[in-house]
Design a protein around this ligand. Structure first.
Ligand SMILES: NC(=O)c1ccc[n+]([C@@H]2O[C@H](COP(=O)([O-])OP(=O)(O)OC[C@H]3O[C@@H](n4cnc5c(N)ncnc54)[C@H](OP(=O)(O)O)[C@@H]3O)[C@@H](O)[C@H]2O)c1
Length: 293
């Protein structure tokens, strides 16, 4: 495995600001503090979260954690150009993986987050116009300047990772995978992570909120199956969904989406739930609505 800086589940910050809980500075400080106290030291951002406001909101709270900076890992992403009042110069939603954009986006994230370096910078989405040499030049320059420590991609298919690796090693691939979105188990993304020692991170590890939509047939099937296992494992349904990811041999690291401190703590404990392989396949079957071939 690549030398990881991430040793615990990651706290995803996408829903903490304008796109969700609208935390004020005090609420950010409380949740950051609770995460750190419970050994969850990595925080996942992107330049665009909260219509490009969440990094700065988090950064205002993060100032008071400056003395703990070396024990904390900050992840950000770049490459999506959104439309909206905070980016009036954009006329179409698009991707930008030019050297100039990657460097300026990372530098803006540093300023907003109130930090001198990112532990990890990810290219948010594969860009049909990307060239690996240009990405590699930007990343090398940022690394040499001490502005980022590690580099990865997000939502990249295996052939897109291979393209980038023509010019620079990819250390992480943050992708959507969960009990209700199982494509990466079958499309080569997780196989490639094992093959190339790339660390996979799972975004929407609880399907973006399975619990809120149990009228959906797939959500209901997996919820019912996990519910039937909670007493055997002495745990909760959401811990079973996370344990289902943890068992994968690629070493999936979930990026948690909750804004609730007690749910973050519960997610950390899910690593202790050791699902049997039989139960893992029962959950897979419930998700796909059919047995494996
Ligand atoms: N790279 C990418 O392209 C990409 C895309 C999307 C997201 N992400 C990252 O992934 C992170 C997680 O994504 P996500 O927010 O979709 O993750 P998720 O954990 O699948 O979903 C989070 C939602 O589920 C709810 N939830 C969690 N546990 C629950 C429980 N036990 N019972 C009921 N509801 C529960 C949360 O509500 P409460 O807050 O009330 O708990 C929240 O609304 C984001 O913050 C972001 O950092 C990355």
């Amino acid at each position: 495995m690549s030398s990881t800086i991430i040793n615990s589940p990651i706290a995803g910050c996408m829903r903490w600001g304008a796109w969700g809980s609208k935390f004020n500075t005090k609420a950010y400080q409380e949740i950051i503090s609770a995460c750190i106290d419970n050994g969850i030291t990595a925080f996942d951002h992107a330049d665009i979260y909260g219509d490009c406001t969440t990094e700065a909101d988090f950064g205002a709270a993060f100032k008071s954690f400056a003395s703990k900076r070396s024990d904390i890992q900050i992840i950000s992403k770049c490459g999506i150009q959104m439309l909206g009042p905070n980016r009036p110069q954009h006329t179409v939603k698009s991707y930008n993986t030019s050297k100039e954009h990657i460097i300026s986006s990372a530098e803006r994230s540093l300023k907003n987050l109130n930090t001198d370096y990112l532990d990890l910078l990810l290219i948010h989405r594969p860009n049909p116009l990307m060239h690996p040499d240009e990405i590699a030049e930007a990343i090398s320059q940022l690394k040499t300047a001490g502005k980022i420590k590690q580099f990865g991609v997000s939502n990249f298919l295996p052939y897109q990772v291979t393209l980038i690796e023509k010019s620079i090693a990819v250390e992480y691939n943050q992708l959507e995978v969960s009990i209700v979105y199982t494509d990466p188990l079958f499309n080569g993304q997780l196989d490639q992570c094992i093959e190339k020692n790339i660390i996979p991170m799972a975004w929407s590890p609880l399907g973006g909120n399975i619990f809120s939509n149990l009228t959906d047939a797939k959500n209901k099937r997996v919820f019912d199956m996990a519910s039937s296992m909670t007493s055997k494992y002495n745990t909760t349904v959401s811990a079973i969904f996370l344990a289902w990811l943890y068992i994968h041999p690629s070493g999936i690291v979930p990026v948690l989406g909750t804004s609730q401190i007690e749910r973050i703590i519960e997610a950390k404990d899910a690593k202790q739930v050791k699902l049997s392989k039989e139960d893992w396949f029962k959950l897979l079957e419930a998700s796909r609505g059919k047995e494996v071939a």
